[in-house]
Ligand binder design. Sequence first.
Ligand code: MSP
Length: 539
Amino acid sequence: MNVLPFRYITTPIYYVNDRPHLGHLYTSVAGDILARFYKLLGYGVKFVTGTDEHGAKVDQAARNQGVSPQDYVNSMAKAFQDLIHAAHVQADDFIRTTQDRHHRAATALWDRLEKTGAIYLDHYAGWYAIRDEAYYDESELTDGPDGKMAPTGAPVEWVQEPCYFFRLSQFQNPLLDYYHDHPEAIGPDSRYNEVVSFLNSGLRDLAVSRSKMTWGIPIPGSNHVMYVWVDALTNYLTGLGYPDTDCPEFETYWKESIHLMGKDILRFHAVYWPALLMAAGLTPPKRLFAHGWWMSEGQKMSKSLGNVIDPFALMDQYGVDRVRYFLFRHVRFGQDGDFSKELFQQRCNHELADGLGNLVHRVLSFIQNRLGCVMPVCSEIAVPLDSKYGAVHAGAETLGHWASEQLQWWIQMIEEQNIYGYLESVYSGITKGNAYMAELAPWALLKLANSGDTAAAQAMHHGLYALVSFLRDLAIALWPVIPSTAQSMWTQLGLQGAIQDSAKIGKELKNSTRGVFSCFGSDLPAVIGQPSPLFSKDV
Ligand code: MSP
């Protein structure tokens, strides 16, 4: 039997000290797009997200509300779960760091680190930024209006406490060697260089416990709790059932792990996390991908400026798919972006309503109004290019085979987390489809066919058949990004069931031949469904 590959995709787990914002939506949808694409290919996929519920920041937020941290995180975690549902993110698991299974995983990792001698007890005296949940060296700080400030702009406080340390300094060379041998481990490439130069500047041992706090995972035999980043990073193991690593599932998925995150937290993932894993005898994640940050109308999003984009409100106003599409079509995944309502509306109206919506409507309403919803017939035709309708037939062949020609490229784009490149290709298909519909001009061919021109009838059928087949493939290609719209296209085309159950690109690919259109299976139905506009109105 041919065993298909596996992929383990994760998002960062989100701090629950505040309501979800656009940044949370962004990574969750990115993970969802990758996971859905791999699911279409028939791969074994686990896509995991969750909430980071310990640490000083969350503790402080609970205190400000006058509730216990546990009650507070219970109510806040729900907002993050609601967000993924609202955004149609199909996560296979949702990890909360207050769950028992996570305590077990984090405690097991800690034990392992202690046993290997990677952790020792000492005393920390230095700076800590609660907002970043990060330790800073004096030399990194600057003077801000309200006192000393971390490079991120976060206020810092002086912390002095007994503390466990992790021997991070011993991992400078192992990490440099690892990244030297695995240049593909960090994307985009510019981030790889950033990590390597950070490693070259030297590493100091890392404080990994807090003794003046109680809201965290207790360290057995002490009155300390784990530093929230050690606790949080371990969630990636919890998602695979750690510490039960002897099950084949753990091995299979861990080897194929892809961690997505924002650029601000790459260092935690690319330096601390692989070092902790190496110390525990585990391999680093296969790939880390750091995306950029969104600004709002040209400015950094901040509560004080009142320009923080509420992802729920955005999706309510414009619909989930417009938001999902824009976030990944407007900006190359990996680069910073600026969210502007004007550009959002322009792009959605131009590409989704006028581009995609019109194409689907033109093709289907022609078949409905002029052919009584009956699918055009298409047999194997070999029409010489220089015949009267040779160009129409050639165009039909090109369009009908477009998706199968693109497939390898799409796989490559998704493997590189280049969702922008993927959408660029899919959108170019929409443009080609519209151009072909105009070139085919089926209404003119129908007129000729009705006056007895059988060659015109054959050309019209061939062209329309190719268009419908092309739309079916387009629906599949769009499904990872705009799943509801894709499903609606599918149903309007008269295809049954849910796309994810019917379309298995990988399975069909094996059987594909050049003789039939599309490698994606699902025969075209005898009659199309009821056409209705995909995007009800311009926004
Ligand atoms: N809890 C940690 C992650 C632990 S993972 C083991 C954390 N949480 S967070 O809620 O503060 O941030 C989550 C993600 O949101 C990060 O990847 C961060 O980069 C991202 N974003 C926060 N603001 C953002 C934008 N304005 N734009 C895009 N992403 C942004 O860090």
